[in-house]
Design a protein around this ligand. Sequence first.
Ligand code: DC
Length: 228
Amino acid sequence: MTSPDIIIAIDGYSSTGKSSFAKLLAKELDFLYLDSGALYRGVTLFAQEQGYITADNVISPELEQALQTLDLHFSSDNSCFIGERCIEKEIRSMKVSSQVSPIATVPYIRSWVDCLLHRFASCGRVVMDGRDIGTTVFPDAQIKIFMTASEQVRARRRYDELLAKGQNPDLEEVKANLKERDYIDSHRETSPLARAEDSFLLDNSDMTLKEEVEWVKGLIRGRFLLYD
Ligand code: DC
């Protein structure tokens, strides 16, 4: 299918499969994929390693200045890098997951990430996933999707993902982390996770990735009157 040059914004709860869906959709449409959560995770890793965040989530104000020198970016295969160093494995760890939501509540960090996203997306033809893409970062995105799935399905997905990455997760800990992140993400003052009024709801508890992609292609066809 040949899609017009649009921005597709995908938001939703943690572990609803946003990234796998967005990645496959981008591949099928030949769009750029941008994982905004990876940027918040990258900032979290940076803050942990450089000592800008304590174990009880106190964030040093010096982080704001330090961000000006942080070179966080993606490679062509969507891996996240700080400078020359691939940080994909580290940013998906429980250690980063447990502190990313507090980091993502900080307004200057959100502005910094939003600037990067705008820069990366300047060429259009982008699928972007996160929590506030359709509401705050790209409120004019032509297609907005809000993803959800049952708590059980989401916890199992994150658990399997961590297992596949060679980690040794505890299902109860994974569930607790998801709940905590949903709460912080939906209740923070700046750009809380919320469904954009003009978004399409996608509950993928019982859907395959392929079905999800076909569903959104149908939306694009309908909206832009494409017939192929
Ligand atoms: O999608 P993810 O689990 O990798 O996101 C990690 C965290 O980053 C998540 O707990 C909330 C935050 N986030 C956000 O606040 N806004 C975004 N656009 C993307 C992620």
